[in-house]
Design a protein around this ligand. Structure first.
Ligand SMILES: [Fe+2]
Ligand SMILES: [Fe+2]
Length: 293
């Protein structure tokens, strides 16, 4: 850790919110405002979560030995959150399939990418998880900060995405702190070099795979060729421009002294909690915790 780094806030509590979302893709195929490209990119993201988040959990837990009691507790809460996210995205993906989408090719791609990473030493999986968790955290920040991203979306589907975004922000430091713990004996430059290389590799794959995945789903809606590319690229990079808007936060990952909590965005979590109807707030004690063993 460098002197510029702001660590995970001491008073942060990671609270799994065991919520279930019934609507969304089941209600209608083009759940995101009737827009083919908007529905496609969110469905493409959702297709990656069940396998992807199981991989994150596995990768982080492989390095929990010797962690401080605070980090060990955070890893448990992170695990519980990710397991519940996988459950809800599995259900969401099933509803997308019921609505007529075939996600098989997208899921296969995730499996192939994970197989390559898993064939390398476990520290590479942890580094990949840390990089992807930064991605999810900055996407989540953007999603909660600018309501226009979910404008026109089915309300239950939007609730699922906001809930997931909230918890991604809340646990954004866990994979990173586990990485700091796992590489504590490494020289600073080696740590930065591996982190940067893995992030560049992950970014390339993320952009290529999510774009290809969204184009595949758009094809299933009959939108193909240049028209599909133009609509998707406009949506991601021009308006509402999710990918363009996370570029600055993505870049900060490479700065010396980076830590996810250098930006304390808990105000977004408080605003999210305050926006919930009373019966949606889940007390922590009702949540079944993931097994520690
Ligand atoms: Fe998640
Ligand atoms: Fe996560």
């Amino acid at each position: 850790m460098t002197s510029a780094t702001v660590p995970t806030p001491a008073d942060l509590t990671i609270t799994p919110r065991d919520r279930r979302f019934a609507g969304g893709a089941a209600a209608h195929r083009l759940w995101h405002g009737g827009r083919v490209e908007a529905t496609a990119i969110y469905n493409a993201l959702s297709a990656t979560f069940p396998r992807g988040e199981a991989f994150f959990v596995e990768s982080v837990r492989a390095f929990r030995d010797g962690a401080s009691p605070k980090l060990a507790e955070e890893i448990k809460a992170f695990t519980t959150q990710e397991v519940i996210h996988s459950r809800e995205h599995l259900a969401f993906n099933r509803r997308a399939a019921d609505a007529g989408y075939d996600l098989t090719r997208l899921e296969q791609r995730v499996g192939e990418r994970l197989a390559v990473t898993k064939s390398k030493p476990p520290i590479v999986s942890l580094a990949a998880t840390m990089a992807l968790e930064h991605f999810t955290a900055i996407l989540a920040h953007q999603l909660l900060a600018e309501p226009r991203h979910l404008e026109g979306a089915d309300s239950e589907a939007a609730a699922l995405w906001r809930w997931h975004a909230c918890e991604e922000i809340e646990h954004k430091g866990v994979a990173f702190d586990t990485w700091l713990h796992a590489t504590r004996a490494w020289p600073r430059y080696k740590r930065w070099k591996v982190k940067a290389k893995v992030m560049l590799f992950i970014t390339r794959n993320f952009l290529v795979d999510r774009t290809a995945g969204a184009l595949e789903l758009m094809r299933q809606d009959g939108v193909v060729g240049l028209r599909a590319w133009a609509r998707l690229l406009w949506y991601l990079w021009a308006k509402p421009a999710m990918f363009r808007k996370i570029a600055g936060a993505w870049f900060r990952f490479f700065l010396p002294g980076f830590h996810p909590w250098n930006e304390d965005d808990r105000a977004l979590l408080h605003a999210y909690e305050a926006s919930l109807p009373r019966d949606a707030a889940v007390p922590a004690r009702q949540v079944r915790r993931a097994r520690a063993g």
